[in-house]
Design a protein around this ligand. Structure first.
Ligand SMILES: [Zn+2]
Length: 179
């Protein structure tokens, strides 16, 4: 507020006097205080029935001002399913996938993906698998580890054992990769 308007007393331009105070039939407060009343919802219902014009005004200010009134309804209206989807996408589906891939004529390797979605350091994991299965194991992609050997079935025990946050149910067996 500027200095001059704060000091101005008396009738203000654009305001009709006397100012009419409208009292709410639900909480008996002037309707501009309704939003502080715990049963603001009921106040609004009363307003909608008895003073539809005032109700429209409140509805409008509700939609433009943050933190007033019916939080839950507002969030549903604003957020909707679109936001839920976006959030889910950010988190990514938490799942580890294991599959067997042919390597050479008789050998297979095991491909593990998804470990980093659990916040697991892939280098540490690759080293762990190498030690555990006594074979080569390396990080081969963004979120991919290739273990030199067919250890896919063992991983269903080994992974939840090493990282308890990964339940056996969260490991998806993708089977054999086609050549
Ligand atoms: Zn009220």
């Amino acid at each position: 507020m500027s200095e001059s308007s704060r000091l101005t007393l008396g009738p203000k331009p654009g305001v009709t006097y006397p100012i009419e105070v409208i009292y709410c039939g639900n909480c008996s407060m002037p309707i501009e205080y309704c939003e502080y009343y715990p049963e603001y919802d009921k106040c609004k219902q009363w307003l909608e029935r008895n003073l539809p014009t005032e109700f429209e005004k409140i509805k409008l200010s509700d939609e433009t001002s943050e933190g007033a009134g019916d939080e839950e309804k507002k969030r549903q209206k604003r957020g909707g399913k679109g936001m839920m989807k976006a959030k889910k996408k950010d988190d990514g589906p938490k799942q580890v996938c294991v599959s067997r891939a042919p390597r050479g004529k008789k050998k297979s390797v095991t491909v593990v993906t998804g470990l980093s979605s659990f916040g697991i350091d892939l280098k540490v994991a690759a080293k762990f698998f190498g030690t555990k299965f006594a074979c080569g194991s390396s990080v081969t992609g963004d979120d991919e580890i290739v273990i030199q050997g067919d250890v896919k079935d063992d991983l269903f025990d080994v992974i939840p054992d090493k990282w308890p946050e990964i339940d056996e149910d969260l490991i998806e067996d993708l089977g054999d990769q086609k050549r």
